[in-house]
Write a protein that binds this ligand. Sequence first.
Ligand code: Z5A
Ligand code: MG
Length: 247
Amino acid sequence: MKSIHRLCRGSAVAKFSGRLLNFSAVILTRMNAHGTQTRGSLIVIEGCDRSGKTTQCSLLQENLTSSGYSVKLMKFPDRTTVIGQMINDYLACKQDVDDHAVHLLFSANRWERVSMMLKLLEQGTSLIVDRYAYSGVCYTAAKRGFDMSWCKQPDIGLPRPDTIVYLTLSSEAAAKRGNYGEERYEQTDFQKKVADNFAALTEDSWKVIDADKSIENLQAELLDICKETIKRSSDQPLYKLWTDGTY
Ligand code: Z5A
Ligand code: MG
């Protein structure tokens, strides 16, 4: 297959054989040594406001799908559910909610998606997730009177990501990007506290990436990380977040 690809480089045949190569690579990663189906990967993209998470996650879904991978894009908060609509009204400043209660709503909004996530992972579909429990902890803990330990509690036991990418961007660079300041939390001082909390939460296994670069260059880095993760984690157990337990 590789030699055909080399001979026909640049032609329509080359493009077709390239796609076939990608496809067969994906089929192979879906099977373990015993020829049984392996699970999908859970990949979370985190970061401060306007670091480009949503832009990058959509591109990842597009690029991975066109390379033959089975992927689904998820986003938290998921504003499509009843709980998500309550969160949306809170973020849009249409509704005031106690800080403890809204923290629990954000967590409940993740738990209501867990059964679907587990099913997809088991079927071999990888999930690209735009924000997760780490945002939950870092945003609430930036409020007066909250600590990280309390903030982690409701999310303990969620599916633990196989890879966490953390996009960094200075609050000054973020403020230059579109639509900044429209929602609750979109103030520079608050975002600095959130960034400090992310720095405290970050572990060695996280991929910390400077997002102050072109959309294309950032996408290329993230694509490599996703492909490596899907290859590495396909036959590994799925752990539970902030515990040693597995699913
Ligand atoms: N929150 C919480 O408190 N607790 C929780 O448990 C969770 C969330 C899950 C809403 O989240 C708020 O909820 C959020 C955290 C809190 N509050 N804040 N702040 P959200 O995810 O729905 O927020 P959002 O409205 O999508 O904003 P965002 O996620 O921060 O933005 P982003 O996704 O990182 O960036 P983007 O939408 O892809 O890009 C922003 C703009 O920059 C846009 O105009 C792009 O065209 C532009 N852009 C993107 N990339 C680039 C590059 N590379 N160069 C230049 N310009 C770029
Ligand atoms: Mg976003």
